[in-house]
Design a protein around this ligand. Structure first.
Ligand SMILES: [Fe+2]
Length: 210
């Protein structure tokens, strides 16, 4: 997780990250905390996890091949969508799908290809541990994937660079792009914030102050 608060609306970012905060008061970028008060309105039910993501792509063939060959996803199936579009269901677990590729509804031309139609900030894929994370980094580099940010540790204890972000999650991460420029993150070791607690805990909150 990276706290690029200004790039997408805060509410949308929190939903993507699997949180159910009412986030108007949750201003991590200003160094405040997200406590119990923020989640009262959202506790009518419990969300298990972020189950899958849908990505609009300009060329389903190209992206399917990339997600299959670079990230190792399995194709569950692909179906037509509308008159000219299609969707491709892909997975990295035993779920029917974890990632779905959709033909982008806007006709892509050379002029608008990089016009910022994509509202997605990034998609984070978790791996089990540091060893698996390093294996992922090595594997992607071997496949010629450009690492556009990192490898780094998101945390004040992580030193300069991104580690200066207040409220860092402590996760090790790096970022790269899919064929349409969608930003992907592979990470591990994100710290937990158990129900009823807040980050940073009061007993160590002072250590984050510069
Ligand atoms: Fe992230």
């Amino acid at each position: 997780m990276i706290f690029s608060i200004g790039s997408i609306p805060e509410r949308k970012r929190q939903q993507w990250e699997g949180h159910v905060h009412t986030v108007a008061l949750c201003t991590l970028s200003k160094g405040l905390t997200c406590g119990k008060e923020d989640i009262k309105m959202a506790k009518g039910f419990t969300i298990s996890r972020v189950g899958h993501i849908g990505i609009q792509v300009t060329n389903v063939d190209r992206s399917l091949q990339w997600y299959r060959d670079v990230l190792g996803l399995t194709v569950t199936g692909r179906w037509p969508m509308g008159e000219n579009g299609e969707m491709a269901f892909m997975r990295f677990t035993d779920d029917h799908h974890n990632v779905v590729l959709f033909t982008h509804p806007t006709r892509i031309t050379d002029e608008n290809r990089h016009a910022g139609y994509n509202a997605l900030q990034h998609i984070a894929l978790e791996v089990a541990d540091r060893d698996e994370w390093l294996k992922a980094l090595a594997d992607l580099k071997r496949k010629g994937v450009e690492i556009v940010q990192g490898p780094l540790i998101h945390g004040p204890e992580g030193g300069p660079g991104a580690g200066r972000n207040f409220g860092g999650s402590g996760s090790r991460s790096f970022y790269f792009l899919d064929p349409d420029g969608n930003r992907l993150e592979i990470y591990t070791d994100m710290m937990k914030v158990p129900e009823g607690e807040q980050f940073p805990r009061t007993e160590y909150a002072e250590v984050f102050k510069k």
